[in-house]
Design a protein around this ligand. Structure first.
Ligand SMILES: Cc1ncc(COP(=O)(O)O)c(C=O)c1O
Length: 346
């Protein structure tokens, strides 16, 4: 390989934050009046709280879902029922007659590839009693194009922002009320991202990220974003990020196709994915070998107690791995990622 990616340059993992970005602390002196919730779960808990005022506390979730979403529904004291997706990762419309009256359905835009609007339109026509919620955590770029009654997204997976989530309802973004307290996980996340930026020892920032995640996991109430998150978000150059993600996605797809990688979703120019999922054999072994090469690819999601009987969830839990295409990386990094993966598979 002529263009070598330096060993210390990692692909994947959480985002870094340049501490200089935090120098503009003027904003920190203002009271926290952020327009954002703290994270995806908090946004969802807020939505469920609104819904429970008038509707039944029953929510339908796909079996194939991040375990944290199941916890958020349970924290909100909702009865959770599950449905199996069809082969296109969509809600199977033939189940509609079995959905309880005045309940809610969560539909998910997986990795940014799944547009649920057509199915939501059908649900609204046939069953206007049902509330639809589009989980757009993996699809920031389309969260406000959803026709669901509610759509929500989370920022930290897409951007170098420690916290922050948005709720979209009736064509506008809903702000958390001033009574909602600020989350208490963002400080650890900021420290971790700065430590990663400074190239401190891996264990230092990994521990900090984990501590932050533990605080987040233990939070049972609705919280809002930090002013730091809001400030970084407002300064984000979305256009450059969009261009970079699209370029990387195209490079990854074209190279991967040449090597017959099993992409779960076909290529589309319109899509700005979170990451690009593929299926491989011996996934766990290859993933570990990729770690040795400083390539840290995520998987979505390991099986939980709630989805052991779901064929699709098992298939994804066993074989899925996602290629990284985000704005941090150059074309060379994309080539390195694919070449390394191919050399390990063969
Ligand atoms: C599809 C989906 N929904 C919701 C969440 C929860 O988001 P957060 O971790 O910001 O609470 C996640 C987290 O990864 C997710 O992947």
């Amino acid at each position: 390989m002529s263009r070598i990616i330096k060993k210390e340059n990692k692909i994947g993992g959480e985002y870094e934050i340049n501490p200089q970005e935090l120098n503009d602390l003027e904003i920190l002196k203002t009271p926290n009046k952020t327009s954002m919730f703290s994270n995806g779960r908090s946004a969802l808990m807020f939505i469920l709280k609104q819904i429970s005022i008038q509707n039944t506390s029953i929510v339908y979730l796909p079996y194939y879902i991040c375990p944290s979403v199941v916890s958020a529904c349970k924290n909100s004291k909702f009865k959770v029922k599950f449905y199996e997706l069809d082969e296109k990762f969509l809600f199977p419309i033939n189940l509609l007659s079995k959905i309880e009256h005045n309940s809610s359905i969560i539909l998910v835009n997986y990795f940014g590839f799944i547009n649920n609007n057509k199915i939501i339109k059908t649900i609204k026509n046939k069953r206007p009693d049902i509330i639809t919620i589009n989980d757009s955590v993996q699809s920031f770029w389309t969260f406000n194009k959803s026709i669901a009654d509610y759509s929500f997204t989370s920022l930290r997976k897409q951007f170098a922002i420690p916290d922050g989530a948005l709720v979209y309802h009736n064509n506008k973004i809903i702000k958390p009320s001033s009574k909602i307290k600020e989350n208490n996980f963002f400080t650890k996340k900021v420290q971790a991202s700065v430590s990663k930026f400074k190239k401190e020892e891996d264990y230092i920032y990994l521990n900090l990220f984990e501590e932050g995640e533990k605080i987040l996991d233990n939070e049972k109430s609705i919280t809002k974003a930090s002013i730091i998150a809001e400030s970084i978000f407002n300064k984000t150059d979305f256009e450059t990020i969009t261009t970079k993600r699209k370029e990387n996605y195209k490079t990854i797809y074209e190279l991967g196709q040449k090597h017959s990688l099993d992409f779960i979703f076909p290529y589309s120019e319109e899509i700005i994915p979170l990451c690009v999922p593929i299926k491989i054999n011996n996934r766990n072994k290859i993933r570990k070998e990729l770690f040795q090469n400083n390539i840290f690819l995520p998987i979505h999601w390991i099986s939980g107690y709630y989805n052991r009987k779901s064929k699709m969830s098992k298939e994804m839990a066993d074989n899925e791995i996602s290629l990284i295409i985000d704005q941090r990386y150059s074309e060379d990094a994309m080539i390195f990622q694919i070449k390394t993966l191919i050399s390990l598979i063969n």
